[in-house]
Write a protein of this length. Structure first.
Ligand code: ATP
Ligand code: MG
Length: 640
């Protein structure tokens, strides 16, 4: 990977930045006092007595003895402090309808929903499944759960009924909130149908609450099914929030399943809200009342939980929430939205940035994007090529990019440059946030310095850390805490390296770090080299078993629009490119041009499935894929 000099923030940016170098110093000086200070961002009904209790490690208790209500913090508090008329959500529907909800509107809606949930017999500790597109009622439902101490389990609305069923059963959900249908690229797809299918014979479900969104015809089970507009619509908008223990379970969320069967990650109230609010404030340099923030994730992912719902609302943000795909009705949609609302902070995933690149810069160039002042990336390593394009084309060559490394398990951002403090570097997540201690270590637990490549670990507990895997505490201990049990470190499952400046580069999952004749090469680096060829739009690389070298590199590439596949000549060029950019050792054994890559619903490439293809095995669990049919296309050109 070619290192470029870092981009220093402008003097103007530095002058107004929320963060300064003193933040790092304060956290270093007294980590727990630092976190206690961050907890002051919240309203505590009962103050906590102890910052951290780690005596039952690896299950942490943060802000011990404290009581709070998460929804009160995200909604009521802003109204009480005179911000009721401020827009909380600029909602943009896919077909072109839109709706602004102020904090007062949100309070009324959340209170109504809370009254309805109570009416349906739900009590603190019960689980609620939420299976909805990006409509305001989805956020309202999450907050109503939080308000009542119900634990929500949001299931991405693109998942199949069987994926939904297994999550309902695992959590023992009593209520499911859904919609009649969802808008997808201009047409109304059914959704309640999948719910009916999923809850058939599901013993835990007592009620199905349905928001009318598309007017699709739906089957109705009297007594079990209720329309939102009949129930929530007529409920009282008054509801008093009661306080819950800091460690009360807030939600369960399943990981995306790139490495195996999804895990039901548990998060609790006080620590989670503290760290999401803290990171949203500093990492995005968010200014309440000034910024218009937009995170393009779906609430079905942790990014939607932490950076659409909880972090931004705790901070009283005004944000855009968009229901649809980036090319509905055409590829200008995101930039039209940025112009319409004057978006200042834009947080997205590398896969989308690469899609925008593929569509061409003439599309964003046709818009006034000058309102944008901070850009964010999450979900995968962002290759330097895409990073530069993002900064130049979307950020006018000046907006700092925060490349945020974190996981469903960490609950909030852990490693990222702070804009205005750290000069940003293309492709590197750079440095742990104040309050977080991360290290890169080898197999024996030796900490590595500049130039070292190994495993990413977290040395100290952090407030928004997971408290376990729902129903399987053994798997929790085994997956994250057994590898470095002696040291007591959290094993993130990601490979990482420090460059010579000591900046951290996440290399992807440990399974995605290949071993070629004893050389450790990351799939991300080879992919990045392939994508830097002008003909390649996207690349996925896997290590396949190889008799002579241990593993051999197998690459799958998608060509950019209009680029001709010249067969062997192109393949030779691509191999030469990798040789030159990284080393001849990293030269792929095989490169196959494919029309599409298998991705999870959150846009991540499923390398474990490509490895199955490369090694000629049957495919493993494909339940979280967007489109299992891509394998027909890939198998047709399968490497032999
Ligand atoms: P599963 O754990 O079920 O295999 P998953 O790890 O994809 O699924 P998530 O929790 O959504 O589920 O994703 C977290 C992972 O995403 C991280 O462990 C890391 O591999 C990757 N990731 C997230 N952000 C970044 C980033 N900024 N740079 C590099 N990798 C990132
Ligand atoms: Mg993971």
């Amino acid at each position: 990977m070619t290192e470029t000099p870092p981009f220093s923030p402008s003097d103007d940016f530095v002058a107004q930045a929320n963060a300064g170098a003193e933040l790092y110093a304060a956290a270093k000086d007294d980590r727990l006092a630092f976190w206690a200070e961050q907890a002051k961002r919240l309203h505590w009904h009962t103050p906590f007595q102890q910052v951290l209790d780690w005596s039952d490690a690896p299950v942490a208790k943060w802000f011990v003895g404290g009581e709070l209500n998460v929804a009160y913090n995200c909604v009521d508090r802003h109204v009480a402090e005179g911000r009721g008329d401020q827009v909380a959500i600029h909602w943009e529907g896919e077909p072109g309808d839109s709706r602004d909800l102020t904090y007062s509107d949100l309070l009324a809606e959340v209170s109504r929903a809370a009254n309805t949930f109570t009416e349906l017999g739900l009590v603190s500790g019960d689980r609620v499944a939420i299976y909805m597109p990006m409509v305001p009622e989805a956020i309202v439902s999450m907050l109503a759960c939080a308000r009542l101490g119900l634990t929500h389990s949001v299931v991405f609305a693109g998942f199949s009924s069987s994926a939904l069923r297994s999550r309902i059963d695992d959590a023992g959900a009593k209520l499911i909130v859904t919609t009649d249908g969802q808008w997808r690229r201009g047409s109304a797809a059914p959704l309640k149908e999948s719910v009916d299918e999923a809850v058939k014979g599901a013993t835990s479900i007592e009620h199905v609450l349905v928001v009318k969104r598309t007017d699709n015809d739906v089957q109705w089970t009297e007594g079990r099914d209720h329309w939102w507009h009949d129930t929530v619509g007529s409920a009282s908008p008054e509801h008093e929030a009661q306080a819950f223990d800091s460690e009360h379970p807030l939600f369960i969320l399943y990981t995306s399943g790139t490495t195996g069967t999804p895990k039901g990650i548990i998060h609790t109230a006080g620590g989670y809200l503290t760290q999401t609010a803290y990171t949203h404030h500093y990492v995005f340099d968010h200014k309440r009342g000034k910024d218009v923030y937009w995170c393009t994730a779906d609430i079905g992912w942790v990014t939607g939980h932490s950076y659409i719902v909880y972090g931004p609302l705790a901070n009283g943000a005004s944000q855009v929430v968009y229901e649809g795909t980036p090319n509905s009705p055409d590829e200008h949609r995101h930039w039209n939205i940025v112009e319409k609302y004057g978006v200042t902070i834009y947080y997205t995933a590398p896969t989308l940035v690469r899609t925008f690149m593929k569509w061409g810069r003439q599309i964003p160039d046709a818009h006034d994007l000058s309102s944008i002042r901070v850009l964010g990336s999450v979900g995968e390593p962002i290759n330097p090529e895409a990073w530069r394009w993002f900064r130049d084309v979307i950020g006018a060559g000046s907006a700092p990019i925060v490349d945020t490394w974190w996981q469903t398990e960490t609950g909030a951002i852990m490693v990222s440059p702070l804009p205005g403090v750290i000069a940003t570097k293309p492709g590197s997540a750079q440095t742990p946030l104040p309050g977080i201690s991360a290290a890169i270590v080898d197999d024996n637990g030796k900490k590595l310095g500049p130039g070292g490549t190994g495993y990413l670990v977290l040395e100290e507990p952090w407030p928004s850390m997971l408290r376990g895997i729902w129903g399987d505490m053994e798997r929790y201990k085994d997956t994250y805490w057994s590898r470095y049990a002696n040291e007591g470190w959290y094993f993130a499952g990601d490979g990482a390296r420090f460059d010579d400046d000591g900046d951290l580069w996440v290399l992807g999952r440990v399974d995605d770090v290949m071993n070629i004749s004893g050389h450790r090469i990351s799939t991300a680096e080879v992919e990045s080299a392939l994508v830097s060829h002008p003909g390649v739009a996207e690349a996925a690389v896997v290590g396949a078993a190889d008799e002579t070298t241990g593993q051999g590199i197998v690459a799958f590439v998608i060509l950019r629009g209009g680029v001709e596949n010249t067969g062997d000549a192109l393949i030779a060029e691509l191999k030469a490119q990798v040789s030159k950019e990284i080393s001849p050792i990293a030269k792929p054994r095989q490169i196959t041009v494919v029309p599409e890559l298998p991705k999870t619903r959150s846009g991540k490439i499923m390398r474990r499935l490509l490895r199955d293809v490369a090694e000629g095995r049957d495919l493993g669990d494909t339940s979280t894929l967007v489109d299992p049919a891509v394998f027909d296309a890939i198998s047709a050109v399968r490497p032999r």
